[in-house]
Design a protein around this ligand. Structure first.
Ligand SMILES: CC(C)(COP(=O)(O)OP(=O)(O)OC[C@H]1O[C@@H](n2cnc3c(N)ncnc32)[C@H](O)[C@@H]1OP(=O)(O)O)[C@@H](O)C(=O)NCCC(=O)NCCS
Length: 191
């Protein structure tokens, strides 16, 4: 069974995230409705990540976490638009296609959500994938989080406006989500 963990972003992870954004194909960009112009214009993101690492947790505007499988960084999640006492937005990415659709994302996402609720005073965590993006929508379905609504919006600064499914993950869901993410890989299909 693979060991999955979630940890704080370190300075040496920044090139990995940079490489991920640079490696996106036109298909990837289309699937996530990312505007390549906004992506390439956001050259300052490495500095922002670097500054975040030096900022005390509760003063951070965003809280990126690295996903690890057997000690290797395989992806990341980010919490941004943090409105303490209320809600924040979550984003999720596995770096390589070869590690996707094997049950890792669901379990690492669950661990991240648990950590974010522990760390930040939040009523809910909002995830808004494109309504046509099968993997994140499949992940939410697998975790039993219902679609709160489907609407047009710009869910992230690098995106075009598009139709998204809005998922609102509340603390009520966390107990169930935690139970699920502790299941060994061999049982993943029964989740
Ligand atoms: C989104 C992402 C993190 C999900 O992680 P993952 O490890 O691939 O997902 P899981 O294997 O845990 O799958 C969870 C559920 O979604 C379903 N699913 C996963 N990928 C799917 C796909 N491409 N098409 C249809 N269903 C899919 C799985 O079947 C699974 O449900 P099941 O076990 O009941 O069948 C990952 O696919 C990814 O990084 N994708 C590219 C980036 C991206 O689109 N990010 C979201 C931006 S909003």
């Amino acid at each position: 069974m693979s060991a999955l963990s979630v940890r704080d972003l370190r300075r040496e992870d920044i090139p990995l995230i940079d490489a991920y954004w640079s490696s996106l194909t036109s298909e990837d960009l289309e699937r996530m409705f990312i505007d390549p112009k906004k992506l390439s214009a956001d050259a300052d993101f490495r500095n922002r990540l670097s500054k975040l690492i030096d900022t005390p947790l509760l003063d951070r505007a965003a809280d990126p976490l690295i996903w690890e499988c057997d000690g290797k960084a395989v992806g990341f999640t980010n919490l941004n638009n943090i409105q303490r006492g209320f809600e924040a937005d979550i984003h999720l990415h596995l770096f390589e296609g070869s590690v996707r659709a094997k049950g890792l994302g669901r379990r690492l996402f669950a661990k991240s959500v648990q950590k974010y609720f522990e760390r930040h005073d939040l009523k809910r965590i909002v995830c808004q994938p494109a309504s046509t993006n099968s993997a994140p929508n499949g992940l939410m379905k697998a975790l039993g989080v219902p679609v709160a609504r489907t609407h047009q919006t710009i869910p992230s600064a690098i995106c075009f406006e598009h139709e998204v499914n809005r998922y609102e993950i509340t603390k009520t869901w966390v107990t169930e989500i935690c139970r699920l993410h502790e299941l060994p890989m061999t049982q993943q299909k029964s989740i």
